[in-house]
Design a protein around this ligand. Structure first.
Ligand SMILES: NC(=O)c1ccc[n+]([C@@H]2O[C@H](COP(=O)([O-])OP(=O)(O)OC[C@H]3O[C@@H](n4cnc5c(N)ncnc54)[C@H](O)[C@@H]3O)[C@@H](O)[C@H]2O)c1
Ligand SMILES: O=c1ccn([C@@H]2O[C@H](COP(=O)(O)OP(=O)(O)O[C@H]3O[C@H](CO)[C@@H](O)[C@H](O)[C@H]3O)[C@@H](O)[C@H]2O)c(=O)[nH]1
Length: 325
């Protein structure tokens, strides 16, 4: 296959590119490098520096290549920032996605895998979240992703676009060889911040909130390895070959870890103390987010291979010991 990977220089996208190249497919990465890294795109992929809001640039790329499918990782994705500055979230995550969808339609490319998020659910009303759980985002970021899911459902009926929206829970970990990893600036995600604290980097780890209604008062999340997310994307493309429509699947390991448990596991994996302090709750954080991914297992045949927290942390630690960008 020949795939266009928009956002392929980012954290999840760069692991996707690697996975796709390993499976001998051809890849064009299209990225504006707003949060991604040129150095994370391997030599085996063609790189195009461009913005998905740039219709003319996209038209040229679609004119030069005949793609079998598009994977769309581009977004702004900081929950707190989305509350403070919602326009840029709707502009990039919804407006620019429409430009990309228009370019695909014009070029006759009718398969898309879209990076959605657990943030579409808001505060959960059940212990684990499956696809029938009500969607009720509590921040503009989650709303922007849910709007795209709505657009994809309409586009399926109107234009015959086949799509799979994968709602990741907490992406974590890094490639096994340590050459690519999570490098955001600012870094807001828990695992990289925990590992940076071990190394004495960053501003020091704060644990946001100790009074949640959870087993130890800190928030519970379902961490899923980036390589397992990547494998789900290729399975989604197989699925679209046999199924018409717009589909959504939740991706997580079905097991939640509190912030304190992640810190304890990181101390075990690194053999070092994780210096941290306790702080107020962070705005927009639900107490618990744990996935049921049964549908992804049943329909896509998805089998996560790096589900253990120790494995996720070890892979991330390898990267943090020697980051390349
Ligand atoms: N990391 C997570 O835990 C997580 C969880 C749920 C969903 N997601 C979603 O997965 C996707 C990837 O997340 P990530 O953590 O890898 O983010 P990231 O910021 O590392 O990657 C996003 C990539 O898209 C590029 N980009 C952004 N806007 C663009 C535009 N207009 N044109 C071209 N390129 C653009 C960036 O430069 C970057 O390379 C996002 O859509 C995010 O919302 C991530
Ligand atoms: O320095 C930190 C960073 C995070 N946390 C806490 O750790 C948990 C996880 O936070 P984080 O790693 O920032 O992930 P989430 O806020 O859960 O968001 C991620 O996971 C969501 C789905 O679950 C996606 O929608 C988002 O895009 C993605 O950033 C939360 O309770 C945070 O309050 C801390 O205590 N200290």
């Amino acid at each position: 296959m020949k795939l266009l990977i928009c956002g392929g220089a980012g954290y999840v996208g760069s692991h996707m590119v690697r996975h796709v190249l390993e499976k001998q497919h051809e890849v064009v990465v299209y990225d504006n490098l707003s949060t991604g890294h040129r150095a994370s795109v391997p030599a085996g992929a063609t790189f195009v520096h461009g913005d998905i809001g740039d219709a003319a640039r996209l038209a040229r790329v679609f004119g030069e290549h005949r793609f079998d499918a598009v994977m769309h990782f581009c977004a702004r994705s900081l929950v707190g920032e989305s509350v403070v500055d919602p326009y840029i979230y709707y502009e990039n995550n919804v407006g620019n996605t429409l430009t990309l969808l228009g370019a695909m339609r014009h070029a006759g490319v009718d398969r898309l895998v879209f990076s959605s998020t657990a943030a579409v659910f808001g505060h959960p009303v059940s212990d684990t979240i499956d696809e029938s759980h009500p969607t009720a985002p509590i921040n503009p970021y989650g709303h922007s992703k849910l709007m795209v899911e709505r657009v994809l459902a309409d586009a399926s009926k109107a234009y015959g676009l086949r799509s799979v929206a994968l709602r990741y829970f907490n992406a974590a970990g890094a490639s096994c060889c340590g050459t690519i990893g999570e490098a955001h600036d600012p870094e807001t995600h828990l695992i990289p911040n925990v590992l940076k604290a071990v190394l004495g980097q960053g501003k020091g780890l704060k644990v946001f909130g100790t009074d949640y209604d959870t087993r130890d008062g800190t928030c519970v999340r379902d961490y899923v390895h980036v390589n397992d997310l990547a494998s789900a994307h290729l399975l989604a493309i197989d699925y679209m070959a046999k199924n018409e429509g717009a589909f959504t699947f939740n991706l997580g390991n079905g097991e939640g870890f509190t912030v304190r448990e992640v810190i304890a596991a990181a101390e075990k994996v690194t053999g070092r103390e994780v210096p941290h302090e306790f702080a107020e709750r962070r705005a927009g954080d639900p107490a618990v987010l744990v996935a049921s991914s049964q549908q992804a297992r049943d329909a896509l045949g998805w089998r996560p291979e790096m589900a253990r927290m120790e494995d996720i942390l070890s892979s991330a630690w390898k990267w943090h010991l020697e980051p390349r960008y």
